[in-house]
Design a protein around this ligand. Sequence first.
Ligand code: NAD
Length: 296
Amino acid sequence: MKKIGFIGLGIMGNPMAGNLLKKGYSLTVYDIVPGKVEEAVAAGAKAGSSSKDVAEKSEIVITMLPNSPDVKDAVLGKNGVLEGAKPGTILIDMSSIAPLASKEVAERAKEKGVVMLDAPVSGGEPKAKEGTLAIMVGGPQETFDEVKDILGVMGASVTLVGDIGSGNMTKLANQIIVALNIAAMSEAMVLAAKAGVNAEKVFQAIRGGLAGSTVLDAKMPLVLKGNFKPGFRIELHIKDLANALDTAHEVGVPVPLSSAVMEVMQALKVDGKGSDDHGGIIQFYEKLAKVQVRQQ
Ligand code: NAD
């Protein structure tokens, strides 16, 4: 079994690393927050003292960090992965970052003989815990074939989409669809509630029809309880939409609906709700309409 390094032990990284440990992989881990490393060590991992140290002790290095600058810092920065990695090391970045940043990091890795895959995920914390994430991968076919089983421990579906950067391009598409779905659900449910119709009954009535969706099934039960504990923070979704807007404008694609939802999320952030789950988008509509969508 290959020795694996895991960097970034947050909401997603912690359970993903946990699933690899449960399958018997030897893991060296690192996070800038020492408490997160201690938690993983209690679950059976070895503590690394830096990203460099993790890379020195691993054949495969997985990163699960917030955004492009964090990945650049952990991989290219001082005491980063590339300072410790031996030629032949495989770097799998599972963070959701800008596709252009994936390409940049992969170029720099190549100079050190390190091959990189971008492999962002969808499914959130519950699927990270179950090991049933959807994993979308960019990079060379032969590297993908080498690590497919390892990715399969964390995900129920593992798909090679294309060259490096394609994984994150796919993830941006995913994030546009999710953001717009949550906004549509919120707008509709606030309308129903303000008109005096029970939102829970609306949910039950429509979930089996064409308006039904994974988003509706995942988010409505939480909305009905007023539970906006993350999950996936609005701040992180703002990061993904910023990457989507930049990328869309670079390639010449206007994205009017994504821009509108971006502003909704910005308003929520200003209102102190940036750390809420993205299901909390409904709070924007609730405030406008002066009504709450809750279980009755
Ligand atoms: P998180 O903020 O909970 O975790 C990130 C971790 O990285 C933190 O523990 C932080 O201390 C650590 N970190 C930051 N910079 C570091 C560095 N330079 N070196 C080492 N550690 C560092 O975020 P998360 O929710 O786990 O998300 C991680 C990635 O997964 C993001 O790109 C996010 O968009 C994506 N994602 C999240 C979800 C979700 O539901 N939370 C779902 C799909 C994808």
